[in-house]
Design a protein around this ligand. Structure first.
Ligand code: ADP
Length: 446
């Protein structure tokens, strides 16, 4: 097992990884930007290194500074967390070349899934259904019109190297193609420094359902059920639950088998998530995340498996400690993302947390890095805390969520807590009757 791990991230995910390390008995190194010296993960780590100024480009995305910190502290492994460099194949490769184990899949698998066009092609070859769309990059308005004629409107342009819901534009008819095409290209260029886009049929009322997988170096691949992440705004997740209220046991097992088969054929090692749109009982592959995800915790609550610890153990060369038949879905879990955002406009609200109280009690888990007197900087993600509740069934889970949300006190900034309180009381949410467009369509009336 590793002796010392550098956690190349910040905030709640850095705390999450640090907790797993402590429980295994691994020393931890935190890296941080100038403004983050008082961050919880920095305070809890055994050692810390400042890697640069506040802008992510100068610190959390600064490969040479992170490598220097790794050399200086003599770590034997590095955990990339989520976001930042976690899906950067070049980074994964360089880390490995410095004799530091990158806790994630091979650079080849990261780059294969990072290019969404190659990902779709590969996944399709391995037997997973995909959303109808362009065969590769779309290069002109004329070509886009031809493809749209074939697959039917509405269509969506997506950035080939996209992420975080950015670089997506919808066209409802031929007149909207030119504008959507150039807007998507522009956004892709600004956000990902690459203006390549591809096209897909825009599904009218799908759910976002994703399958968590975990695979070791010895050919063992296991899926840990699904997460339903359909409650979204700006194509970004806000509430996630497991199991999905829309999926039967038969459908779950069917897609689970298809995914496990594909992942085995790929020879993929590590944790990963295959994201699907699910409509009329059919699954359509969207993308694969080759890292731990923010919402992994709902799966942990229903399976009792510590996914981060397993991820670290696999990277250290250990065998998976369980098989598919050991995985049981127990009860129900929901994650509420408490973001420093206005609950109506979702505009970030950085600032000082002047008062803070987190709920507790049976079935309540908080994953967070903030404390009273902590000032949320403007530079990074707006996630303040994840509230995860677990119950024996969905009904108890929702009631527990409502109870826990009513106990939360966060003063000094606006958060999405107020929105979650309305969601758990909403009839359609209670009935599990929602899709990826539901929140945006209903926000005003909540
Ligand atoms: P990102 O990597 O930016 O998160 P994804 O491909 O995972 O991009 O898509 C994010 C979200 O955008 C999905 O959860 C869904 O809500 C929406 N979306 C993406 N593709 C489509 C599509 N073809 N039809 C309808 N909605 C889509």
């Amino acid at each position: 097992m590793f002796k010392k791990i550098l956690i190349a991230n910040r905030g709640d995910i850095a705390v999450r990884v640090l907790r797993a390390c402590k429980e295994i008995g691994i020393s931890t190194v935190a890296v941080h930007s100038e403004i983050d010296s008082n961050l919880m993960n920095v305070l809890l780590a055994d050692e810390s290194v400042c890697i640069g100024p506040n802008r992510a480009m100068d610190s959390y995305l600064n490969i040479s500074a992170i490598l220097s910190a790794a050399e200086l502290t003599r770590v034997d492994a590095l955990h990339p967390g989520v976001g930042f460099l976690s899906e950067n194949s070049k980074f994964a490769k360089i880390v490995g070349e410095h004799n530091v184990k990158f806790i994630g899949p091979s650079p080849e698998h990261i780059s294969m899934m990072g290019d969404k066009i190659i990902a779709k092609k590969t996944i399709f070859e391995f037997g997973i259904p995909i959303i109808p769309g362009s065969k590769g990059e779309v290069i002109s308005v004329q070509q886009s019109i031809e493809i749209a004629k074939d697959i039917g409107y509405p269509v969506i342009f997506k950035a080939t190297n996209g992420g975080g819901g950015k670089g997506m534009k919808i066209a409802n008819n031929e007149d909207e193609i030119a504008n959507a095409f150039s807007m998507a290209k522009g956004e892709a260029k600004t956000n990902f420094n690459d203006d390549n886009v591809y096209m897909e049929k825009y599904l009218a009322n799908p759910r976002h359902i994703e399958i968590q997988i975990i695979a070791d170096n010895y050919g063992n691949v296991v899926y840990l059920g699904e997460r339903d992440c359909s409650i979204q705004r700006n194509h970004q997740k806000l509430l996630e639950e497991s199991p999905s209220p829309a999926l039967s046991k038969k459908d779950r097992e069917k897609i689970g088998k298809i995914v496990v088969n594909a992942i085995s054929k790929m020879g993929y090692v590590g944790v990963g998530t295959i994201e699907f749109l699910y409509e009329n009982n059919e699954f359509f592959f969207m993308e694969m995340n080759t890292r731990i995800q923010v919402e992994h915790s709902v799966t942990e609550m229903v399976t009792g498996i510590d996914i981060v610890k397993e991820q670290i153990r696999i990277a250290a060369g250990e065998k998976l400690s369980f098989s598919q038949s050991d995985v049981k879905i127990n009860g129900h879990a929901i994650e509420f993302r408490i973001n420093a955002e206005d609950p109506q406009t979702f505009i970030p609200t950085p600032g000082m947390i002047t008062e803070l109280y987190f709920p507790g009690g049976i079935g309540v888990r908080i994953d967070s890095h903030v404390y009273r007197g902590y000032k949320i900087p403007q530079y990074y993600d707006s996630l303040v805390a994840k509230l995860i509740v677990h119950g024996k069934d969905r009904e108890e889970c929702l009631a527990r969520g409502e109870r826990a949300l009513s106990e939360i006190v966060i003063e000094g900034i606006s958060t999405t807590t107020e929105l979650h309180k309305k969601l758990v009381q909403n009839k359609e949410v209670i009935n599990g009757d929602y899709n990826i467009h539901w929140l945006e369509r209903n926000l005003k009336n909540l």
